[in-house]
Ligand binder design. Structure first.
Ligand SMILES: C[S@@+](CC[C@H](N)C(=O)[O-])C[C@H]1O[C@@H](n2cnc3c(N)ncnc32)[C@H](O)[C@@H]1O
Length: 227
């Protein structure tokens, strides 16, 4: 068992916001992941490492196939599963992915060494708050899958790094539906996360500066584009 996730598996993974039978049906009826990446997924499941759920994988494949991004930025590599899925879908894209957890970085390096056959993926080690400031050029897709409280803090720099028609994707924004609970009724240790998400919603959900869309995939996927 990987140390970090032994006690801290994501409770939202098991709290689907869409009817459980429908989630199960989406996961079992859409094309399955096979081959090398199925091994990476198996390892993630066995070690309770949260990675994008199957319906999100399928959606990313569709979206990336339509957008054909040249550069993708990911915040939250974990063991490299989502980065490898994206690399497989757009073989000519460069993918920059950031993680700060040494244990995850070690596992990601192993997986990228084995499965990033076209050397598309650049792993940046450190806190995204620091790394984002060092990045240059623009990205056509920016995928945030890290600490949810920080999405709102990363948004301005992500917008600066976003290409003109680029899109920002943020995962796990429903928190199993807890975003609807009054803040004082939420466990103290969850409040920073919830406050961060609510600030994000206030900024992007009804603002003429952005086009935003919420997709009920996994624990909620938010898409933001400059209007
Ligand atoms: C949900 S996992 C990412 C899963 C991955 N995107 C996938 O689907 O295969 C979240 C990762 O974000 C990393 N993380 C969280 N906050 C971060 C930050 N501020 N900077 C860099 N990495 C961060 C954690 O170390 C963890 O490995």
């Amino acid at each position: 068992m990987v140390e970090t996730y032994k006690r801290t598996s994501n409770p939202m993974m098991n709290r689907p916001v869409v009817k459980a039978e429908l989630v199960e049906w989406m996961r079992s009826s859409q094309t399955q992941i096979t081959g090398e990446l199925a091994e990476v997924l198996k390892f993630a499941k066995e070690n309770n490492i949260p990675v994008i759920p199957h319906e999100t994988v399928i959606y990313f494949q569709m979206l990336l196939s339509l957008l054909q991004p040249k550069r993708i930025l990911e915040i939250g590599t974990a063991i490299g599963f989502s980065a490898l899925i994206m690399a497989q879908e757009v073989p000519n894209a460069e993918i920059v992915t950031i993680d700060r957890n040494p244990e995850m970085i070690e596992l990601a390096k192993k997986n990228l060494g084995k499965y990033d056959h076209r050397n598309q993926i650049i792993l940046k080690e450190g806190d995204a708050a620091d790394i984002l400031k060092e990045l240059s050029g623009s990205f056509d897709v920016i995928f945030m899958d890290s600490a949810k409280s920080k999405y709102i803090e990363f948004l301005p720099i992500a917008l600066d790094l976003l290409s003109e028609n680029g899109v920002i994707l943020m995962d796990d924004i429903f928190q199993g539906g807890e975003i609807l609970t009054p803040i004082m009724e939420i466990k103290r240790n969850q409040r920073a996360l919830e406050r961060g998400l609510r600030k994000l919603f206030d900024e992007v959900l009804d603002n003429p500066k952005y086009l935003t869309s919420i997709l009920p995939l996994g624990d909620g996927l938010l898409m933001i584009k400059k209007a």
